[in-house]
Ligand binder design. Structure first.
Ligand SMILES: *Cc1c(COP(=O)(O)O)cnc(C)c1O
Length: 372
């Protein structure tokens, strides 16, 4: 007997066509030879990394970027041939795997390169990209001296091949360009100090790729948030060079409907009390799914109309105030479109006082990602 899973109707539906379309639109916007690095870290921003990476590669991405060694292993297991770049710091003990499985590492310290000698000989040289910290203040070399020392350490060993150099911007999604321009200036200063230019120079995240000067596309862009159809900021949203399509929608169904009489209450703390006779629907999603309690009061869509989440959100269930008596099994959309209405990732982000990036990342693994 085949074991069925996902009995519960709560699911994240991921539109892979939207992902492909966002990449195709970017392709047309980029200069012809610029490569697309699909950023699929953190389970593809919570969208499901394997399926997203497949769609991205099919749509023209030539490299995958992840944050951690374990994410790289997961990608390599599923994609034997594509170039994979780890954007974060990698511990030395990952070097043998990186060598054997051709994982490209981010490096930013000559000491790290020198300590890697402990792992020689390696089956093959490990490709590395130098990270320049031009103002993000996270990882990277900040001075010409550090860069020179790192470059020489790489050149002095056959264990490593310099394949790329990059930086990351702190304010590319903002209207004020002062800090951004300064980062560009510092990056160019350091790039100019390099004796030879590696194969891939890349500085552009989504915001830079979409709204900044085309010269900053260099050899590749690192396409993250707008691959998923979300905007890096409301400012970038206003000046997008092409329309993008959101890929993530969160859906469930009513599992119970009841009439509440005036004076009766709902949920922990009995925080919601009906002041007239109302219909209440129960949906099987709660804070253990990532719909944290701060989302109480957020609207959902049912029957093409907006309905509010009322009372406290429970661990596994929540209650909504229905516009009328619906049947059990009625579809409920928490994020996405239904009829003429739409609840966006940004609506949730606003309610949660955060950014859209964070929302799909914190929808937990209990919510199955299904693909269309
Ligand atoms: C996450 C990340 C990106 C992608 O950023 P978006 O704003 O989602 O395009 C690019 N580069 C680095 C170094 C990152 O960590």
């Amino acid at each position: 007997m085949c074991i069925q899973t996902n009995y519960r109707p709560t699911k994240a539906v991921i539109d892979l066509q939207a992902i492909a379309s966002n990449i195709s639109s970017l392709r047309k916007h980029l200069q012809p030879d610029v490569q697309i690095i699909a950023v699929v870290k953190a389970n593809a921003y919570g969208h499901g990394d394997i399926e997203v990476a497949k769609a991205a590669i099919r749509a023209g991405a030539t490299m995958l970027a992840v944050a951690t060694p374990d994410e790289a292993v997961h990608m390599r297991t599923n994609f034997p041939d594509i170039d994979i770049l780890i954007l974060g710091a990698t511990p030395l003990n990952f070097i043998p795997y990186a060598s054997k499985e051709n994982i490209t590492l981010t490096v930013f310290s000559a000491d790290w390169i020198n300590h890697a000698n402990a792992y020689s000989p390696l089956p093959q040289s490990v490709k590395v990209h130098i990270k320049i910290d031009s103002g993000m203040g996270r990882i990277g070399v900040t001075t010409k001296e550090e860069l020179q020392a790192l470059y020489e350490a790489i050149a002095a060993t056959s264990q490593f091949i310099l394949d790329g150099i990059f930086t990351h911007f702190a304010t590319a999604d903002e209207e004020d360009t002062l800090y951004f321009d300064n980062q560009v200036y510092l990056f160019k200063e350091l790039l100019g100090a390099l004796p030879t230019k590696p194969r891939l120079v890349h500085v552009a995240n989504t915001a830079t790729a979409l709204v900044k000067d085309t010269s900053l596309q260099y050899d590749a862009v690192r396409f993250g948030i707008s691959m998923y159809g979300l905007t890096p900021s409301s400012y970038v949203g206003e000046i997008l060079p092409f329309p993008i399509q959101p890929a993530f929608s969160l859906q469930t169904e009513l599992v119970h409907v009841k009439k509440l009489e005036a004076g009766q209450s709902v949920g922990y703390g009995a925080l919601f009390t009906a002041n007239e006779d109302v219909y209440i629907g129960t949906i099987p999603i709660g804070y253990a799914d990532g719909m944290i309690r701060k989302l109480s009061g957020q609207e959902v869509l049912v029957g093409g109309e907006r309905a509010k989440i009322i009372g406290r959100i429970c661990m596994d269930q929540s209650m909504i105030l229905l516009p009328k008596a619906y049947n059990v099994g009625e579809p409920v959309v928490l994020i996405g479109k239904q009829g003429q209405q739409e609840i966006t990732m940004d609506d949730w982000a606003n309610k949660l006082e955060t950014i859209n990036y964070e929302v799909p990342c914190v929808i937990t693994a209990r919510v199955p990602r299904v693909y269309k």
